[in-house]
Design a protein around this ligand. Structure first.
Ligand code: SIN
Length: 297
């Protein structure tokens, strides 16, 4: 079967059909995916019914993995999946549903605000690759924004104002602001310290993109209140419907997004009736292959 790329939205996002991820990816497939990602920024490989090991092998064809952080946990951690994968499911380590309104889900619910993965990592992120193992019959869509299109649509004066600004990205502060998380200790903060990144990123193929989202909590050299107000203004502009692609999952979808030029959010799955098992690899532009957590690394 030949590989086909079909656009899904007027601005960005496409699907790839006919790719076999149970085999090591050949040069043609790698080139097809790299080209589709440069053009569409979000690409869905359909019917990627593969194992964790195939998922990891395919991801590594495009960059070194970012490994999940320890989040301050000590000793061996019981997991349902390979240690290289981030668990974005609503399930605990035994495969049981974690109630939506429980404290345990509070941290994960921060993903319901538009964000870009691992912007709190000092290493430059490249893509995330999220595989749908169990998809609920309703709810659990993922929304995406093309922040290259957002950047292009900004007023000239705003583009000039942000050109050299550097944002501060902080996982814990972001969760405090977004989810009302409390009780974050110094030890927890030390597991994921803040990182700094330009507010405007230039992609390897030359286009510029606005780089912000739920982990962006400050602007270097600005008072916190002023920075948060300006970031909120940019966020409101970026999250207009015209920039959004809504992904309705099918089992076996491998959704790949470029973290450098997209924002995404999970929609609430608040019924506690359905399992949603989605597993993610995240890759960086370059290595070493390590966690964003300097303690675990
Ligand atoms: C994520 O934010 O990485 C996961 C998105 C989703 O679960 O839809």
């Amino acid at each position: 079967m030949s590989i086909k790329v079909n656009p899904l939205h007027p601005i960005f996002a496409a699907e790839i059909v006919g790719a076999d991820l149970t085999q090591p990816p050949d040069d043609e497939l790698v080139e097809t995916v790299e080209d589709a990602m440069a053009r569409y920024a979000v690409t869905i490989v359909r019917d990627a019914n593969v194992s964790d090991e195939d998922h990891i092998r395919f991801s590594r064809a495009f960059g070194p993995l970012e490994l999940p952080p320890s989040m301050g946990r000590k000793g061996p951690i019981k997991r349902r999946m390979a240690p290289q994968l981030f668990d974005a499911s609503n399930l605990d380590e035994n495969g049981e549903i974690i109630p939506y309104h429980s404290e345990k889900r509070k941290l994960a619910r921060g993903a319901e605000r538009f964000h870009t993965d691992s912007s709190f990592n000092a290493l430059p992120t490249k893509w995330s690759l999220l595989l749908g193992h169990i998809i609920p019959p309703q709810g659990g869509d993922t929304h995406f924004i093309d922040t290259r299109a957002v950047y292009d649509a900004l007023p000239d004066a705003t583009r000039t104002k942000i050109e050299d600004l550097v944002a501060v990205h902080d996982f814990w502060r972001g969760r405090e602001l977004v989810s009302g998380l409390t009780g974050v200790t110094d030890e927890m903060r030390a597991t994921l310290p803040a990182a700094q990144h330009p507010l405007v990123r230039t992609l390897p193929y030359g286009r510029k993109a606005l780089y912000l989202g739920g982990h962006a909590v400050g602007i270097l050299g600005w008072p916190e209140e002023e920075a948060l107000a300006f970031l909120a203004e940019l966020y409101d502009f970026a999250t207009q419907d015209r920039f959004v692609y809504i992904h309705k999952w099918k089992q076996g979808d491998l959704v790949i997004w470029d973290n450098r030029c997209t924002l995404h959010r999970a929609t609430p799955l608040d019924t506690d009736e359905y399992k949603r098992d989605v597993r993610r690899t995240t890759i960086n532009e370059y290595g070493p292959e390590r966690s964003a957590d300097p303690i675990a690394a």
